[in-house]
Every structure is written in structure tokens, then in C-alpha cells.
Design a protein around this ligand. Structure first.
Ligand code: B3K
Ligand code: ZN
Length: 847
């Protein structure tokens, strides 16, 4: 049925050490000439090359044209019969024709605003030429580009250029998914970086003319990434040139092609007037991520796509560490855990659950998931926790030394950590092979000076995995005394059994435990605990993560009690009050404390505890709690709002960004008592997008933004990235009952260029982010969303499939909503000619 299995892996029977490619560019008929230097690794093997949607013009071996009987051509590739192959080394030359302009899927070679560009991961290269399109075939590429564009780029070093042509040579062997070509009318912002061994590297950020005034931040982020990777991992850049290109049509965030990173323009272009603090932080993080892939991805790549988390989990871990060092570490950790829980725990709890290393797929693009990326990063973080900083660094050094230039597996990776530490990590490996989020139930006993913490771990069944053996869980624990002092500083308990107890001796009084400090393992902690204890930890815990966690657990429990009509008490409101104006706490940290849990997160928690999530009740509870919070603490919120104003010109650094974040949280709450007066004033006064969009968002929530939205549209209509925000924000934050209609109105707006992935995501993502709006009882949200997935699928299956994950939570809701979601999924599944991408997704979603 077209399923690929990990267990079917076989090495490629040929080696391919050199490739020469010539591109003769034309929008409707690009010619690609490929010369592959091959030699057999086993006698008598047929030569199979992947290829899709290619028009074969010619094919020859060692200069001799092949006869039709020598090979077989199919929809998915080309196979040369063993009898037509020479015995030793040989060259295979093909010429094919492709039509970049008709490539709406944006995989392979396509066009964006008149510019040629490529996206080959995972399997796009087979849409460019006949080739063994698999990551374990690594070759040196020489590329000639002919075309009437002023800038012609590929990987590696430029080795010649003239009017209408350029040649590039990449000295580093690489799999074809890292091949890139860009040709267009582009301008560069130039910079340099001197590496730790004193080599000068030229840096270019390439953008469309007119965008060059928004590139400085990206250039600085490249320089900071290069420096950081030298300091934190001892990794030096390995070419004399590093090019980065921004494109407007891109299916995802960015791509780590060797020496030629290609980015979605929203992750490059930034100016104070057009980008928010959040955008700046993401730009720096993603630029870091792609740059760090140069070692973890490019120099050491994956043997096959099942090993994807080998490069992605590790590289996310690296970019998180980078951001943590560039900004506020504890705040970054909390943000990452919020994202993990809202996205990955949700995936792990639903029909799409899969291990960080899956063992089968139909369409690999459907496995670029939060489990592979973010959970993959958590698994690396746990290795670091288990080995300690020095042990981790030693293991990483061994990984680079042992596997440079290779295509590796998770087994290779684990072996490195075993060899570096002398430990047996076979139980730990289950984190890679088993799906689902472990639940950790905690109980405690205090008895004659001995304090005992007992844990029970269990993981619910996930699709295809019914039983889950216990995992090795690192549990970082500290104990606090009754006055809030740290009695026992953080230590890492290693849980290996299904049930296990740990004792702490010689304590004078019953301590208060701070468990899972820094979120030391991606698990759901279940602990019967009192609101008093949470408030105590919120006031005293020395671990910033657990401090925040105590506050957010209080908010969560309060909200859940409210949705169930139980008396929620005032513990949360009492506890949070003292912290609002506490100058000893970072503003960014206070902003996180004051931000109520997302509605989707509350729904997830309710479902995890066995309840049925009611989106309307959740929305109402959150509104009510916000109102109560504002009314109760108006004075402190107002004082903090004033105190956090940032003077002087805008800077995107962590410190002023944290103040703005706190200020905007206060603004949002204050709007519930001042009817939006402060938001009106801030919107008028703001000189940066963070504050304008923040103020506008508040007014949208109050239903008082119509005039401003129209003016905003008129002002920014020529800036696609700002217009994307305009689409998303008004749908995501408008009153839920209006969301579906608003989405429909905006879908008819001439600015809704739905073939552009950013714009499509802006609208659909806005709708799915409006939890109660998307899950409107009558199903209007579901219907609208499904209609558009059906419409997009024939053009861009990858993006359609990706967005179908909005439906993964259907099991949380009442029978009526469940049925409506399932009906939409079945309707999508029944479309004639549905893509492999979307049909795999609907099949898995329906279970
Ligand atoms: N490696 C790319 C993702 C490719 C996604 C293909 N569907 C970007 C990244 O993770 O850095
Ligand atoms: Zn990546």
C-alpha cells in the first residue's frame, strides 16, 4: 500500500562520489543535465534512480545512448537493467525537462515571485533529475546554472561566472536533499565572520530589492550563531562563503542546504515597525537552527528518513540552548515547555501519536512533526541531564569525531553516549522508539526524619503500540523547608522501574518537594497537592521553572473547577497578586506567570483527566477569571503597566522585550476594567509592531477594532508579512461566535492569495487558534476549514496535510462535535485524487 518500513532498509548497491549538474533555466521548460559517477558495490545489481514528473530527453552510459530495452521508466523512477551496466565504474548521463512555473507543490525546483528556488528535503530532488534520492548517498556536487537572472547561486564555492551563467563547486559530500539552487533578481546585505582558526567567511543575506532595509538583524543572528557554535560545541564553519536567501513562497520555516540556507521571508525580514519581539526571537532561533545543521545534519546526516530526529531533535536542542544563552535561560525554558505541552503532548495523546523515531510511513513529509523535533530535543536534553555538562560535551565531541562525513542512525548516536559515559543506555533508547507521554504519579511519606518519594510511571497505548515498558526517567528534585529554604538542593533521581521510591534521610520536618525541576523529563506529573502547597512553591521555589509551574497549575486547576461549575476558590488570585509588581522578578517571567493557560491547553488537561472538554465553558471560564484578576488587582496591574514603559528607541533584546511582554499582558487584563482606553492610547502612540499589534489584539478581543483594522490593512497592503498578521490576529482573537464568518469574509478579500503558504496558514491558523470559534457547536468552523483543505490539496499537498492536524483533538469533545469532525475528515478522505500526504493524514486521524 505504498508504506515504507524501517526494517526494509538496504544500503544502496552503488557508490556515487561525484555529480555534475547543468541547469538551463526557463519557467516552463528547464533542462537539467546530470552526470553521475557511479561504481557498483555488489555484482549484478540493477541501477534504480528516483524520478517524478520528469520528461526524459536522453540517457547514456559512458557516452553511449541507452536503448529503450536497457531500462524501465515508471511514474516513480528509472531502472537500468544489470545487463546494460559495465562491470566497474561508469558515468550515467541524463537530460530531463521540468516546468518550475507549474510547480505549485513547492517541492523540487519552483518559482516564487519570478525567482527560481529549490526545496529538496525530504524527497524533492527526484522532481529535478533522476537520482538515488536517499540521504545515505553522499556525493560531491559541481553545478552550472545558465539563465537570464542576475544572481545565480548554488552550494559551496563560486568557481566561475559570466553573463548568464555561473558555476559552483561544493567540496563537502552531501545527500541530494541538501542541494539548492537560487536564481533571481536579488540584492545582498554583506558581512563577514572570522572563525576560531582565523579564516574569514563572507556572509550574504539575499532578498528582493526593496527588502534590504530589513536584513540587519538576520545578518547579526548568523554571526552570533557562528560564534556560539564555536564556543558551545567547538564547531567551526567549513566554507569561505555562507549565503542565506529569503523567499516569499515556502512550505515551512527554512532549509539548511549546505552553504546556501533558504528561508521563509518571515524568518529573515525584520524592522521595528514590521516585526514583533516574538518575530525577532524566532528569527534568531531559526537562523541559529539552520546554521547549526551545518554540523548536525550536513556534515553528519541521516541514514534514512526514519532517523530524522537524529538531526532535528539534536538541532532543536542546540537552537534552544543558543536562544537560552542569547536571552533569558529560565524564561526560554518555560516558553519551550509551554510549546511542548500544547503541541507535542497533544499529538502524543491523539491519533497521530508516533515515536520520535517512527518505523513506518507513507509520506515522509507528514513526519516533520513536533514529536520528531521538540520531543526529539527533550530526549537530547535528558541525555545531558544524565551525563552532566562535561559528560555531554565529551559525548558530542566523540559524535563529531567518529561520524563526520557519515549518514547515521539513532543506534550510532546512542552508542556514542554509551561509549563516552560507560553506561548502558538500552532502556533509555525507548524514548526514541516508543510513542506516548508517560504519566508519573507521585506520593510521599514522612516518617521519623525520613522522607520518601514514590513514583509510578505508566504510558497509555498509542496507535500500533499497546504496551509500554517502563522508561528511564531523570527526575530532578529539590526539597524545601517549611520557611522556604532549600533543604536538599537539586538532585537527579533516575527512575528505571514501573514503581520506585527514593528516600531522603535526616530531615527535621516534613519538606515540600519541588519535583521535575527544569522539566527534567517530558512527562505528565500527577500529584495530589493542595493549593497552599502550590502557592508556597510559587512564592519560594528556587527553580524558576517549578515556580512558574506552581502558578500555572493553580490557574489551570482554578479554570477547570470553573468549567465544572465547582467552587474555584481564590487561591490563584491571592497568590498571583504579590508577584505582579515584584521587581525582583524578571518582567518576562512575570508576563508568563500572568498569562492564563491557553484554552486548547485546558481542553487537553480535561481530556487527559478523563473528562469531556466543552470549548464554550472553557472560553467563558477563562474570560471570567481574567475579569476577576483584573478587578482584584487593577492597581498593581496599572502600576506595572506604567512602570514597564520602555524609553528610547526600540531594541529587540530580551530585556526591553520582556518589559513589553509584561506590559501587554497587563494591558490585556486592564482592558477588562478600562474598556480599552489604555489600548486605544497605546495603539496611537506605538512606534513598533510589538506594541501596535499588541494593542490592536486587545481591541479586537473587545470588538472595538473595526476602523483600525481597515486602516491597518490600507497602511500595510504592500507588506505581505504584516498583512499575514492582520489575517491571523483578527480571526484568532475575535469573539468565538464570529470567527468562522470572519474567516469566510477574509477568504473573499482580494489580499487572500491562498496559493501562498504563509497567507493560507495565516487565515487557517487564525481560525484553529480561536479554540471556541473553531470548535463552534454547529460545525461551521470545521466545515470552512475542511473546504479549504480540499481546495488546497491538489496544488500543495504538503501544506494541506500539515494543516489537517487541527483535527487531531477530536476525541476530547462531546459526541456532537466528534461526529462533525469525523464527518469532515471522511468528506476529505473521500475526495477523488486526494494526495498521498492528505490521505495518509485522514486515515490516521480517523484511526
Ligand atoms: N530540515 C528542514 C525541514 C524540511 C521539511 C520538509 N518537509 C528545516 C529544518 O528543520 O531545519
Ligand atoms: Zn531542522
Amino acid at each position: 500500500d505504498g508504506t515504507t518500513y524501517l526494517s526494509d532498509y538496504r544500503p544502496y548497491p552503488f557508490t556515487l562520489d561525484r555529480v555534475a549538474l547543468t541547469f538551463r533555466l526557463a519557467p516552463k521548460a528547464t533542462r537539467v543535465m546530470a552526470k553521475l559517477h557511479l561504481s557498483p558495490r555488489e555484482a549484478g545489481a540493477a541501477l534504480h534512480l528516483d524520478g517524478e514528473q520528469l520528461k526524459l530527453i536522453s540517457i547514456a552510459i559512458d557516452g553511449q545512448a541507452l536503448k529503450p530495452a536497457d531500462y524501465l521508466l515508471s511514474d516513480t523512477g528509472l531502472t537500468v537493467h544489470p545487463a546494460a551496466l559495465p562491470e566497474g565504474e561508469f558515468t550515467l548521463e541524463t537530460e530531463v525537462e521540468i516546468a518550475p512555473e507549474d510547480n505549485t507543490a513547492l517541492e523540487g525546483l519552483y518559482m516564487s515571485n519570478g525567482m527560481y528556488c529549490t526545496q529538496n528535503e525530504a524527497e524533492g530532488f527526484r522532481k529535478i533529475t533522476f537520482y538515488p534520492d536517499r540521504p545515505d548517498v553522499m556525493a560531491r556536487f559541481h553545478v552550472r546554472i545558465e539563465g537570464d537572472k542576475p544572481v545565480l547561486l548554488s552550494n559551496g564555492n563560486p568557481v566561475g561566472q559570466g553573463e548568464g551563467w555561473a558555476e559552483w563547486d561544493d567540496p563537502w559530500p552531501k545527500p541530494c536533499y541538501l542541494f539548492a539552487l537560487v536564481a533571481g533578481d536579488l540584492v545582498a546585505t554583506h558581512g563577514t565572520f572570522t572563525t576560531m582558526s582565523g579564516r574569514k567567511v563572507d556572509l550574504n543575506v539575499w532578498v528582493r530589492p526593496g527588502d534590504e532595509d530589513r536584513t540587519d538583524y538576520a545578518l547579526g543572528a548568523i554571526q552570533r550563531s557562528m560564534k556560539w557554535d564555536e564556543e558551545a560545541f567547538g564547531r567551526e564553519y567549513d566554507l569561505d562563503l555562507f549565503n542565506l536567501v529569503a523567499v516569499g513562497d515556502f512550505n515551512m520555516g527554512a532549509m539548511e542546504n549546505k552553504g546556501l540556507n533558504i528561508f521563509n521571508s518571515k524568518l529573515v525580514l525584520a524592522s521595528p515597525e514590521t516585526a514583533t519581539d516574538f518575530d525577532y526571537e524566532r528569527i534568531e532561533g531559526v537562523i541559529g537552527h539552520e546554521y547549526f545543521h551545518n554540523w548536525t545534519g550536513d556534515r553528519i546526516t541521516c541514514r534514512d528518513w526514519f532517523q530524522l530526529c537524529l538531526k532535528e531533535g539534536l538541532t532543536v536542542f542546540r537552537d534552544q540552548s543558543f536562544t537560552s544563552d542569547m536571552r533569558l535561560g529560565p524564561v526560554k525554558r518555560i516558553e519551550d515547555v509551554i510549546a511542548l505541552r500544547t503541541r507535542q503532548f497533544r499529538e502524543d495523546a491523539g491519533p497521530l501519536a508516533h515515536p520520535p523515531r517512527p518505523d513506518h510511513y507513507r509520506e515522509i513529509n507528514n513526519f516533520y512533526t513536533t514529536t520528531v523535533y521538540e520531543k526529539g530535543a527533550e530526549v537530547v536534553r535528558m541525555l545531558k541531564t544524565l551525563l552532566g555538562d562535561a559528560g555531554f560535551r565529551a559525548a558530542m565531541d566523540l559524535y563529531f569525531a567518529r561520524h563526520d562525513g557519515q549518514a547515521c542512525t539513532i543506534e550510532d548516536w546512542i552508542k556514542v553516549f554509551e561509549d563516552a559515559s560507560g553506561r548502558d543506555l538500552s532502556q533509555f533508547k525507548r524514548w526514541y522508539t516508543d510513542a506516548g507521554t508517560p504519566h508519573l504519579k507521585v506520593s510521599e511519606r514522612f516518617d521519623g526524619g525520613t522522607y520518601t518519594l514514590s513514583f509510578r510511571q505508566s504510558t497509555r497505548p498509542t496507535p500500533g503500540q499497546d504496551t509500554k515498558p517502563p522508561r528511564l526517567i531523570p527526575i530532578a528534585v529539590g526539597l524545601l523547608g517549611p520557611n522556604g529554604d532549600e533543604l536538599v538542593p537539586t538532585q537527579v533521581l533516575e527512575m528505571t522501574e514501573a514503581e520506585q521510591s527514593f528516600r531522603f534521610e535526616g530531615l527535621g520536618a516534613k519538606p515540600v518537594p519541588s519535583i521535575l525541576r527544569g522539566f527534567s523529563a517530558p512527562v505528565v506529573l500527577e500529584r495530589e497537592t493542595s493549593a497552599e502547597e502550590r502557592a508556597f512553591l510559587l512564592a519560594h521555589d528556587s527553580d524558576a521553572f517549578n515556580r512558574w509551574e506552581a502558578g500555572s497549575a493553580l490557574a489551570r486547576d482554578t479554570l477547570i473547577a470553573m468549567t465544572e461549575g465547582r467552587d474555584a476558590g481564590s487561591d490563584y488570585l491571592d497568590a498571583i497578586g504579590m508577584l505582579i509588581g515584584d521587581e525582583s522578578l524578571d518582567p518576562a517571567f512575570r508576563a508568563l506567570l500572568l498569562r492564563l493557560p491557553f484554552e486548547d491547553e485546558i481542553a487537553q488537561t480535561i481530556a487527559t483527566r478523563g473528562g469531556v472538554a466543552d470549548p464554550d465553558a472553557i472560553h467563558a471560564a477563562r474570560e471570567t477569571l481574567a475579569r476577576d484578576l483584573a478587578a482584584r488587582h487593577e492597581a498593581a496591574l496599572s502600576a506595572t503597566y506604567e512602570a514597564c514603559a520602555v524609553a528610547g528607541p526600540y531594541a529587540p533584546d530580551a530585556e526591553p522585550a520582556g518589559r513589553r511582554a509584561l506590559r501587554l499582558v497587563c494591558l490585556k487584563l486592564l482592558a477588562l476594567v478600562d474598556a480599552g482606553a489604555r489600548a486605544e492610547a497605546l495603539y496611537t502612540a506605538a512606534d513598533n509592531m510589538t506594541e501596535s499589534l499588541g494593542a490592536l489584539s486587545v481591541l479586537i478581543g473587545l470588538g472595538k477594532a473595526e476602523g483600525k483594522l481597515a486602516a491597518f490593512r490600507a497602511k500595510w497592503q504592500d507588506n505581505p508579512l504584516v498583512i499575514d498578521k492582520w489575517f491571523t490576529t483578527q480571526i484568532a482573537l475575535c469573539p468565538p461566535e464570529e470567527a468562522a464568518e470572519r474567516a469566510a469574509t477574509l477568504a473573499a478579500d482580494p489580499l487572500f492569495n491562498w496559493k501562498n503558504p504563509n497567507r493560507f496558514r495565516a487565515l487557517m491558523g487564525g481560525l484553529s487558534a480561536n479554540h471556541a470559534g473553531f470548535h463552534r457547536k454547529d460545525g461551521a468552523g470545521y466545515r470552512f476549514y475542511a473546504d479549504w483543505l480540499i481546495r488546497l490539496d491538489p496544488l500543495n499537498p504538503q501544506t494541506a496535510a500539515r494543516l489537517s492536524t487541527a483535527f487531531e483533538t477530536w476525541a476530547r469533545y462531546d459526541a456532537g462535535r466528534k461526529e462533525k469532525i469525523r464527518a469532515e475528515l471522511s468528506r476529505i478522505a473521500g475526495q477523488p485524487g486526494l494526495s498521498r500526504d492528505l490521505s495518509e493524514m485522514t486515515a490516521r486521524l480517523l484511526g
